[in-house]
Design a binder for this molecule. Structure first.
Ligand SMILES: [Zn+2]
Length: 104
């Protein structure tokens, strides 16, 4: 970010005159290597680095999840249990409906 030593303030790059001077005092604007550029790339790099790390972690997590879902077969006793529960609940539902119908 450009730094004007005369006004002692930062200038946004858009407000700096095309010839590289401060629009207020007309001084040549100090690019401010000691001030802003040391801060700006560090902030930008930090955010980019954090974003990259988050993306890599999400990618790794999805890579770990996929083989688990593909290679783990449903155990036969779980299928048997689900089938038995469905059969039982269906029978109880039929019983309940028959009981309600029988009351009228
Ligand atoms: Zn100035």
């Amino acid at each position: 970010m450009p730094w004007c030593t005369g006004c002692d303030r930062f200038l946004s790059p858009a407000t700096v005159s095309p010839d590289g001077t401060c629009p207020k005092c007309g001084r040549a604007v100090d690019p401010g290597r000691a001030h802003a550029p040391a801060v700006e790339p560090a902030v930008g790099g930090d955010a980019a680095e954090r974003r990259e790390r988050r993306r890599a972690r999400a990618e790794r997590a999805s890579r770990v999840d996929d083989p688990d879902e593909e290679t783990l077969p449903v155990p036969w006793h779980l299928k048997l249990l689900v089938g038995a529960v469905a059969l039982y609940l269906g029978y109880r539902a039929y019983e309940g409906i028959a009981w309600v119908v029988g009351r009228f």
